[in-house]
Unconditional design. Structure first.
Length: 130
């Protein structure tokens, strides 16, 4: 379910290494989408029509986290009009890279970001629903 509660965002975003991130400004921009599923979250920053940069945060583990992530993506794609989700996962985050693959994301090139070298991942609505 989509949420606009900034206290959730503050709690889950603390460990994201995004310089200058402001939770209140993020959530007040209604182009951005935060989806809560139990205690798991998907945070999607609008980039252009139908395209979002995504982050996810799971308190669930294993198979439960995979199912929760799929439900979050299902809502994003099928209720909020997303066509493409991109993500930048730091190369050393092996568990996050594994989760990306479990959720259907495709690995792209390595890219340099202000936070360091990351693996680019993409997932289209067609791949998700496929």
């Amino acid at each position: 379910m989509r949420t606009y509660n900034t206290s959730y965002i503050r709690d889950i975003i603390e460990f994201l290494p995004i310089t200058g991130f402001e939770p209140l400004a993020f959530i007040l921009n209604h182009d951005n989408i935060v989806i809560k599923n139990g205690q798991d979250y998907g945070v999607f920053e609008f980039t252009t029509f139908g395209t979002y940069t995504g982050h996810y945060f799971f308190k669930s583990r294993g198979r439960a986290a995979i199912e929760s992530g799929k439900q979050i993506l299902n809502e994003l794609f099928n209720e909020h009009g997303a066509c493409l989700v991109i993500g930048f996962t730091p190369c050393e985050y092996k568990a996050a890279k594994w989760m990306n693959r479990q959720l259907g994301f495709k690995a792209g090139p390595l890219v340099e970001t202000p936070e360091g070298t990351c693996q680019l991942y993409t997932l289209t609505k067609e791949q998700h629903n496929g």
